[in-house]
Design a protein around this ligand. Sequence first.
Ligand code: PDD
Length: 288
Amino acid sequence: MSRIAYVNGRYIAHRDARVHIEDRGYQFADGCYEVVAMRNGVFIDAGLHLQRLRRSLAALSIAFPMNDAALMVVMNEVARRNLVREGFVYLQITRGVATRDFAFPGKARPSLVMTARSKLLVDPKLMASGIKVITIPDQRWARPDIKSVSLLPNALGKEAAKKAGAYEAWQVDRDGNVTEGTSSNAWIVTKAGEVVTRQADQGILNGVTRLGLLRVIAASGFRLSERPFSVAEAKGAAEALLTSSTNFVVPVVRIDDTPVGDGKPGPLAKKLAASYADYAAIGGSDKS
Ligand code: PDD
């Protein structure tokens, strides 16, 4: 099957999909994106993704002239044309094409690109083994809460993880606290049984999976604290996990060279992963 992409109003063969070399996304990373997971042909928390997209666009002063209902039509169509039932849609909006100049152009039309890919969102192998993370300094700009396409530090971090035989890199701020992964949010479970994840301030992306898991935790009655945690606290924790749209909830069993707990996926991490999968199976909280 040949893949189909959406580019500014047209569905075209993926191999022929192009944007102009003076698109500001290419020149300045002047744009933002979303990765929306789909399971059983249903988007998971699409409403929260679109809400975050609107927030990112507003923060970058990109006036995007398509409403959420129209965006959903295109998202569903891109998934359908690529035969995706389980996987994700990637959606990117940039400020558009303009002669290279740092200041915003007078009248550029925002570019919208979408692709879709099938992917197993709950990988039984990863769930059984758990994953290793390394820790790296957080070298990003000061607004990672905006889901911008400016992802070079994230790519460098993921490459460092790969070279170290790890799955993810947890970024660490100047105070020694974990901010988040390069493409996921970070969580621990303390020995006292409290689930901890950093508060969603300007220092992290407020993950849609993070928000979904917070709802699952609230409904299950587990103890939760949204606060900073240090690398030392994470290494001494009972359990650790990460969340993202493309991996849902995955147990973390090693941080740098330190096993977390007994070095196996923890019981609460497994429970949360299963509960989140149930939550996702019906489209999350908004069933879009
Ligand atoms: N990344 N933090 C960062 C830096 C991320 O890039 C992501 C997602 C997350 C988790 O957010 P969510 O639960 O909404 O997926 C946290 C996506 C999957 C990506 O860039 O491919």
